[in-house]
Design a binder for this molecule. Structure first.
Ligand code: SAH
Length: 341
């Protein structure tokens, strides 16, 4: 395991095996979580220890393969190259409440959603905990902007990489590390029901977002293959259990697709489905993906949908599109880069 994927107690054990006292583990952990690129930078460590660690536990920091900055809103998109040559995307968004990074959890994705660029080449591999942490760390370092919020909404399905994602959350939340509050972290899933139940048992204070994108099974089956395994009512059942376990309000993402899920009937049906659930709906005008025939809904259709939800007592916001001039929606940059090679 990469040293940076280890918790402080695990790292303490490794250093103990090397005959080192506990305070050394704290030093190493602190350096790693500051984003050093080599052991040479750990200046308060004995040279012999630095050499041993460098031989046994290479750091493997990611390198910037591409970087794009939006002229409109300051959004920065990174394509990071990992030590095995694979690339993942990270987006830094500047909100009034703080800088937010959107990180990837997998290289590619197995979920097959019809509108999503990340899944076009399938799943290549899952990310290690340190590779998720590195996206936060090195985005903060490269941009010079302090990160206060994290969303797991980049490439990949976080709940398909459950153990590594849980470990990443523990690392990024640790007081000796980046110390980012769980309340400032959102995890988005397409709806892996057993994993939502598993997550509920952890009783974390993170926000859970569900990619709904449809008000019935017919629509979801068409655009989200995961729905055939876990249909809508089962998914909403898991959401109710999640709320019962955590008391955390749920966020539902709803990408508005022209003629597919954006009618007034769809809005009414959605209201029925969400009845009794403390829910917030995020309406996202579909980002057009070249390879897909699906088109975004008109502004008028989005506004009408939002109005119907609000009138029915469900809060709904239309997500502001950030970084639209830099292909900031997930999967598009990695795809272009891979094709250009
Ligand atoms: N796999 C997770 C998280 C990654 S995607 C999930 O499915 O939730 C983050 C969000 O972007 C999801 O809601 C996803 O459905 C949405 N999304 C993907 N492609 C999109 C597109 N072309 N336009 C708008 N939203 C899209």
């Amino acid at each position: 395991m990469n040293l940076k994927s280890m918790t402080l107690p695990e790292l303490t054990e490794v250093l103990k095996q090397l005959g080192q006292p506990a305070f050394r583990a704290k030093q190493v952990y602190g350096w790693l979580h500051k984003g050093v690129r080599s052991y040479e930078e750990m200046t308060n460590l004995p040279k012999a220890l630095r050499d041993t660690l460098a031989d046994t536990y290479p750091i493997h920091p990611p390198v910037v393969a591409r970087k794009q900055e939006s002229r409109r809103d300051g959004t920065i998109k990174y394509l990071w190259q990992l030590s095995d040559g694979n690339c993942v995307e990270t987006v830094l968004m500047r909100y009034h409440y703080g800088n937010t990074v959107c990180i990837s959890t997998e290289v590619g994705c197995a979920m097959g959603c019809a509108f999503c660029a990340s899944t076009l080449g399938g799943l290549v591999r899952r990310l290690e905990p340190f590779e998720m942490l590195d996206q936060v760390l090195f985005t903060q370092i490269d941009s010079g902007l302090p990160v206060s919020h994290i969303v797991l909404m980049g490439i990949g399905e976080p709940l398909d990489n459950f153990d590594n994602v849980m470990r990443f959350l523990e690392l990024v939340n640790s007081p000796e590390g980046m110390n980012i509050s769980m309340r400032h972290i959102s995890l988005s899933t397409c709806g892996l029901v057993p994993k939502i139940d598993q997550l509920a048992q952890r009783k974390l204070q993170i926000s859970l977002a569900i990619s709904l994108h449809g008000s019935n099974d017919a629509i979801r089956n068409k655009i989200m293959p995961v729905n055939r395994a876990y249909p809508l009512e089962e998914l909403l059942g898991a959401c109710r259990r999640y709320y019962a376990a955590t008391s955390r309000r749920l966020h539902f993402e709803y990408a508005m697709i022209d003629g597919v899920n954006d009618s007034e009937d769809n809005a009414r049906e959605l209201l029925q489905r969400l009845k009794g659930l403390p829910a917030h709906v995020n309406l996202i005008p579909l980002n057009h993906v070249e390879e897909s025939p699906l088109k975004p809904s008109s502004k008028a259709a989005v506004a009408r949908f939002q109005k119907l939800l609000e009138e029915g007592g469900v809060t709904a916001t239309v997500r502001r599109t950030l970084g639209s001039d830099i292909d900031a929606s997930c999967g598009q940059l990695r795809r272009k880069y891979n094709q250009g090679k």
